[in-house]
Design a protein around this ligand. Structure first.
Ligand SMILES: Cc1cc2nc3c(=O)[nH]c(=O)nc-3n(C[C@H](O)[C@H](O)[C@H](O)COP(=O)(O)O)c2cc1C
Length: 448
C-alpha cells in the first residue's frame, strides 16, 4: 500500500470545523493570536512527521444562516480570524521539514502583489510553501471588497484560469535561474541580460512588469485545489498538484479522485480527504473522550458554517422539509458530498443528526489500531493519498494522534519514519523543485 500523507487542517481562528470545541476546558484554540501557539503546533507536527500544515482561509463572515452574522460571532465560527500567511515565517523558522499549504483567495488581489508575497514565503521557508487556490464562496467577502456580490460559480473559475496564467509568468518567466551572480569584484549583483519584463494582457488583468524578487527554490508554490464541481475539476486537472476532497462516502470520493487523476494524467495528482479522529489507548477510552467532547459540540455553529458553505439558510426550512440546493452558488462539491452522504431529499434533521462534534464531518473514533484500520480503508477504497486532519480539542487531539496512531501506521509500514530531503514539492513527489514539463507553469519558463 502507498505511504499515507498527513496534513493538519487548521485555520487562524478559534472555531474551524468542529464547532463548539473551544468551550472545552482543555482547549487552547483561543491562543490563535499568539505566535507561541503556532510555533508549538509546527514543532508538534514536525515531531509527528506530518507532511504539512494546511491552513484554510475566508474573507467574509458566515451570515447566511438566519440571515445574520450573529450565530457565527456567538460561536466563534471562523470569526474572529487573522491572516494565515503572516503566521508562516515564524513556524518555518522553528522547523526544517514541515510544509505549509496556505489558502489564499485570488479574487480580490492583483496577481503581482500576491506573486511577490508567495515568492517571499518560498524564500523564507526554503521552498516549503504551498498555495490552496480558492476564489471564495461568500457574498459577504465580495461586499467587503466593494462588489455587490460574488461572481457566478463558473465565472470564478474562468477568472482563476487567467490569474494562474499571470502568476505563472511572474514566478517562472522573468528571471533565468542563474540571473543573480553576486559578483563583488565586478560590482554586478544581477545580470540584466537574464531578467526581463513579463507581459500579460487578458480579460481581467493587464501586467507589464519586471518581477522584483529573485528566483525562489520552488518558483511556483505547491498547488492545492479544493473545489470538485464539474468546472472545478477542469481547473484542478489543469493546475493542481494536490486536491483536497470532502469526506462523504469512500465510493463517492473514489469516483471524484479517479476522475481527477484521469484528467490530470500523465501528471501525478495527490488527493487528500478531510477527516477528524478521536482516539485513546483503548476503544473505551476513545468512546469516553468522544462523549466528553460531544457535550461541547455546537449545533448552531455547525448550521452557521454549513449555511454559508452550502449557500442555504437552513432557518428557512422546516426540520423535515427536503432541502433543494440545486441553485447553490457556494461550494457545489459540498452540496454533492452532503447529498452523497445523506441521500437525495435530505432534510435539516438529517443534517443535524450528522453533526457529531459540531460539523458535517463525523469523526473516526476508536483505539489506535481501529483508527489505523479506518485510515487504511480510506486509502484503499477511497483512492486517496492522505488526510487533512481537522482539529477537535487543541492541542491534545494532535498530541494523542501523534503519540498513539502514528507509531501504529509506522509499524504497518504505511507511514514514513523520517522526512525525505528537499523542498515541499520534492518531498511530496520525489522529483524536482519545480513544476514538471507539461504543466502550464513550465511552458512560460524562461530558460534563456
Ligand atoms: C474541502 C474543501 C475545502 C475548502 N476550503 C476553502 C477555504 O479554506 N477557503 C475558501 O475560500 N474556499 C474553500 N473551498 C472552496 C473551493 O476552494 C472553491 O473555490 C469553491 O468554492 C468552488 O468549489 P466547487 O467547484 O466544489 O463548487 C473549499 C472547498 C472544499 C471542497
Amino acid at each position: 500500500m502507498r505511504q499515507i500523507r498527513l496534513n493538519a487542517f487548521d485555520m487562524a481562528c478559534v472555531g474551524h470545523i468542529q464547532h463548539g470545541m473551544w468551550t472545552h476546558p482543555r482547549d487552547r484554540s483561543s491562543d490563535y493570536t499568539s505566535l507561541d501557539h503556532w510555533v508549538s503546533l509546527a514543532r508538534l507536527l514536525e515531531k509527528g512527521l506530518f507532511d504539512g500544515l494546511f491552513l484554510a482561509d475566508i474573507l467574509g463572515v458566515y451570515d447566511v444562516y438566519e440571515d445574520s452574522p450573529a450565530p457565527s460571532l456567538r460561536g466563534a465560527v471562523q470569526i474572529p480570524l487573522i491572516d494565515p500567511m503572516a503566521l508562516v515565517p515564524a513556524m518555518a523558522h522553528a522547523t526544517t521539514n514541515l510544509g505549509f499549504g496556505v489558502t489564499c483567495n485570488l479574487a480580490y488581489e492583483p496577481p503581482f502583489l500576491f506573486a511577490r508575497r508567495m515568492a517571499t514565503l518560498d524564500h523564507l521557508t526554503n521552498g516549503r510553501i504551498g498555495w490552496n487556490i480558492v476564489t471564495g464562496y461568500l457574498d459577504s467577502a465580495a461586499r467587503a471588497m466593494g462588489f455587490a456580490g460574488q461572481m457566478a460559480h463558473d465565472d470564478r473559475y474562468d477568472l482563476a484560469d487567467e490569474y494562474m496564467a499571470a502568476v505563472y509568468q511572474l514566478w517562472e518567466g522573468g528571471w533565468q535561474d542563474d540571473a543573480v551572480v553576486r559578483d563583488r569584484a565586478a560590482g554586478v549583483y544581477t545580470d540584466p541580460a537574464k531578467v526581463r519584463a513579463v507581459h500579460h494582457h487578458g480579460k481581467q488583468f493587464h501586467i507589464d512588469a519586471v518581477p522584483l524578487w529573485e528566483p525562489s527554490p520552488q518558483r511556483t508554490p505547491v498547488l492545492y485545489q479544493a473545489g470538485a464541481s464539474d468546472r472545478g475539476r477542469v481547473f484542478a486537472a489543469l493546475h493542481a498538484e494536490c486536491v483536497f476532497v470532502n469526506g462523504s462516502t469512500r465510493a463517492n470520493v473514489r469516483r471524484i479522485v479517479s476522475d481527477l487523476r484521469a484528467r490530470s494524467a500523465p501528471r501525478p495528482m495527490q488527493a487528500f480527504v478531510g477527516c477528524s479522529v478521536v482516539t485513546g489507548r483503548t476503544e473505551k477510552e476513545a468512546r469516553d473522550l468522544l462523549e466528553d467532547y460531544r457535550r461541547h459540540a455546537s449545533v448552531e455553529g455547525a448550521l452557521a458554517h454549513a449555511g454559508s458553505s452550502l449557500g442555504i439558510d437552513f432557518a428557512r426550512f422546516g426540520m423535515d422539509e427536503p432541502i433543494d440546493a440545486s441553485e447553490s452558488q457556494a461550494v457545489r462539491s459540498n452540496v454533492e458530498a452532503i447529498a452523497a452522504a445523506l441521500g437525495q431529499g435530505w432534510t435539516r434533521r438529517d443534517l443535524i443528526d450528522r453533526f457529531v462534534l459540531g460539523s458535517r464531518q463525523p469523526p473516526i473514533v476508536g483505539s489506535p489500531d481501529q483508527v489505523a484500520d479506518a485510515l487504511m480503508l480510506w486509502v484503499e477504497e477511497g483512492d486517496v493519498d492522505g488526510f487533512n486532519l481537522s482539529r477537535t480539542v487543541m492541542p491534545e487531539c494532535l498530541e494523542t494522534f501523534i503519540a498513539l496512531v502514528v507509531p501504529v501506521l509506522q509499524e504497518r509500514g504505511v507511514y514514513k519514519t523520517g522526512y525525505a530531503p528537499g523542498t515541499y514539492r520534492q518531498k511530496l513527489f520525489g522529483a524536482g523543485d519545480r513544476l514538471p514539463d507539461g504543466h502550464p507553469a513550465a511552458s512560460v519558463r524562461w530558460k534563456g
